[in-house]
Design a protein. Structure first.
Length: 95
């Protein structure tokens, strides 16, 4: 038979703090993602909008054309693969 867990004020406070922390940490990332699909007029609007009026994928195309982002991603991937390979090699020798 299952025991009922007591709901103490400390548990409620702890849960509230965790939820508040999650909202504070996750909201800016979600807003950045939402803003990446906004048009320039949506971004300049006051008060700020949380969701774009229509999804605009042109921002990503512009970013890919202005900067060699694909080259940067490949460089990061190669660097990560070499770092992981070195860590695995050294770590396997240590054990």
């Amino acid at each position: 038979m299952k025991r009922k867990r007591k709901l103490t004020p400390l548990k409620v406070l702890f849960t509230f703090c965790i939820l508040l922390y999650l909202v504070v940490m996750v909201f800016p990332m979600l807003y950045l993602l939402s803003a990446s699909f906004m048009s320039e007029s949506d971004l300049r609007q006051i008060p700020a909008k949380l969701l774009p009026s229509q999804f605009n994928f042109e921002n990503y195309a512009t970013a890919l054309h202005r900067q060699p982002l694909l080259k940067y991603v490949v460089n990061s991937l190669v660097s990560t693969i070499f770092s992981v390979a070195i860590c695995l090699t050294v770590g396997s020798k240590a054990s």
